[in-house]
Design a protein around this ligand. Structure first.
Ligand SMILES: C[S@@+](CC[C@H](N)C(=O)[O-])C[C@H]1O[C@@H](n2cnc3c(N)ncnc32)[C@H](O)[C@@H]1O
Length: 206
């Protein structure tokens, strides 16, 4: 679901960008390494700060990024206009039906989007589908613990039903063949979870 006006203001400002650049990205890099020369997907890219981090800090060769909100994609387009078209591709899209072939990415990044998706399990399944075997899923997510807080319920808009804890999110990744194990961290009293999983080779069915 799209952000309400308050959350949009919280996302589209320099404080959010600094948090992403100087806290989330370094922690994700410690957990999962860089993606130098690789083909990367960013889901729910917002105004494109994450994509810029993937190109510059993580060394991605090519980033495909999308967001449900055309307004956010337009902001990202302006921010990323300086990069050659063969390095960045932006579009409007929905994480529950990613427009990409199976196993087509070396890495997928999720900077705080899946908690916005009512069918969050379908989003995780789609990430598992588009990752190649051995590919990595980098995630920063907001847990039920945060979404149940009065501040979140009063000022922000999120799906109310069936939200996840850190462990439930990790278990869902594993169910879709993305092995995380203990490679995740709870932060801010359990409000956030950051981690990196690796897509296992396809399982034999017979
Ligand atoms: C909390 S914002 C995070 C934006 C950006 N990743 C960041 O870290 O600043 C969540 C983003 O996910 C997008 N979003 C929500 N539901 C989505 C969906 N089903 N598919 C794709 N994007 C979605 C929203 O439009 C919003 O831009």
């Amino acid at each position: 679901m799209k952000l309400n006006a308050i959350e949009k203001a919280l996302m589209n400002n320099p404080v959010r960008a600094s948090l992403q650049r100087w806290y989330e990205a370094p922690l994700l890099e410690r957990l999962g390494g860089r993606v130098a020369g690789l083909r990367v997907l960013e889901i729910g890219c917002g105004r494109g700060v994450g994509t810029q981090i993937l190109l510059e800090r993580f060394g991605a060769a090519h980033v495909q990024a999308f967001d449900l909100d055309p307004d956010m994609v337009e902001k990202a387009r302006r921010r990323l206009a300086r990069y050659a078209p063969d390095r960045v591709r932006l579009s409007v899209g929905n994480v529950t039906a990613i427009e990409a072939d199976d196993q087509s990415f070396d890495a997928v990044f999720d900077f705080g989007i899946i908690h916005h998706v009512p069918e969050w399990r379908s989003a995780v399944a789609e990430v598992g589908r588009v990752l190649r075997p051995g590919g990595r899923f980098f995630f920063e997510e907001v847990t039920r613990h945060a979404l149940d807080r009065w501040t979140y319920r009063t000022f922000l808009e999120h799906p109310r039903e069936d939200r996840f804890s850190a462990e439930e999110f990790v278990a869902e990744c594993e169910r879709h063949g993305i092995g995380v194990g203990a490679n995740f961290r709870n932060r801010f009293f359990g409000d956030f979870v950051l981690g990196v999983g690796r897509r296992e080779p396809a399982r034999r069915t017979s």
